[in-house]
Design a protein around this ligand. Structure first.
Ligand SMILES: [Fe+2]
Length: 286
């Protein structure tokens, strides 16, 4: 894909681009935003380097892609000044408690999962804390014809609570207020049912729409068959060829398309790491 107002350097065959030629502290032209949007659809995740922006400017940029989702829906600490922002701040004494060992898609356990996520790096450890994204459309293309024929038309349940259950994460149930919050999550998010093969609403491409953290069961087939098929798909989605692994730098801003992708945040650092997140509302998968 060629652009006039931006440069998009591909970071792997199937996923990720570093976009340059853009200063996000200044208003974007319509043409610039169209090209940024096109790069996002094409690459699943795009990263802008060396952006010196305020929290309000991050939200304004996120709004160009769609309405922010109220951050009250997430368990992250909220920004008091800019309520659309979730604060992801960790170090050795305060390790990540929510996103731990999770291949996931943000808010997939709701009837209308998010369209995308914007993440801005304020402070990054010298080593570690990378994020890996997977292009679910490349994963779908990478299945055999026979497997695609089998999976076509199936639906699967996605349970937000599954990775945070008391048996899975007893460490999250120590303080009474956390227990109360997790009970509320349990009661609020009944598992959502989505097509196992999702059509991207912009590009029309099909993609595999399951993830290890929250996809619990394929509808209408026996438990053992569902478990084994899902296990195979979770494994397939970890194929390195479908991925981009980003090593963050301070003042990187990443935007990713949650509609047919998943990601994993590594926790392999002890120094301070601070990012601000804005999540953008999405629509009903089909
Ligand atoms: Fe996430």
């Amino acid at each position: 894909m060629t652009y006039e107002t931006i440069t998009a350097e591909k970071m792997s065959a199937n996923c990720g681009a570093i976009v340059s030629g853009v200063d996000l502290s200044k208003p974007l032209s319509n043409r610039q935003f169209e090209e940024i949007h096109a790069a996002l659809i094409d690459r699943v995740v795009i990263v802008f380097r060396d952006q010196d922006i305020s929290p309000q400017q991050e939200v304004s940029f996120a709004r160009m892609f769609g309405e922010p989702q109220p951050s009250a829906m997430s368990a992250f600490t909220k920004s008091k000044e800019v309520p659309e922002i979730d604060i992801l701040e960790y170090d050795a004494k305060n390790p990540p408690s929510v996103t731990k060992d999770l291949w996931h898609t943000d808010f997939v356990g709701t009837p209308t999962p998010t369209m995308g996520t914007v993440l801005y790096a304020h402070d990054i450890p010298p080593i570690g804390g990378d994020t890996i994204w997977v292009n679910g459309m490349a994963a779908w293309d990478g299945l055999s014809d026979r497997m695609r024929a089998y999976l076509g038309g199936l639906w699967a349940y996605h349970d937000t609570y599954q990775p945070y259950s008391e048996t899975e994460r007893p460490d999250m149930y120590r303080r009474p207020e956390d227990v109360a919050h997790l009970r509320e999550v349990r009661n609020t998010y009944t598992p959502a049912l989505h097509p196992l093969v999702r059509t991207h609403p912009v590009s029309g491409r099909k993609g595999l729409f399951v993830n290890e953290s929250m996809t619990t069961r394929i509808k209408g087939i026996d438990r053992r068959e569902s478990d084994h098929i899902l296990r195979y798909l979770f494994d397939h989605l970890k194929t390195p060829e479908f991925q981009y692994r980003h090593k963050w730098r301070r003042h990187d801003l990443a935007v990713w398309d949650n509609r047919v992708s998943l990601h994993y945040a590594l926790f392999d650092y002890s120094e301070h790491r601070l990012l601000h997140r804005v999540v953008i509302r999405g629509d009903k998968p089909y």
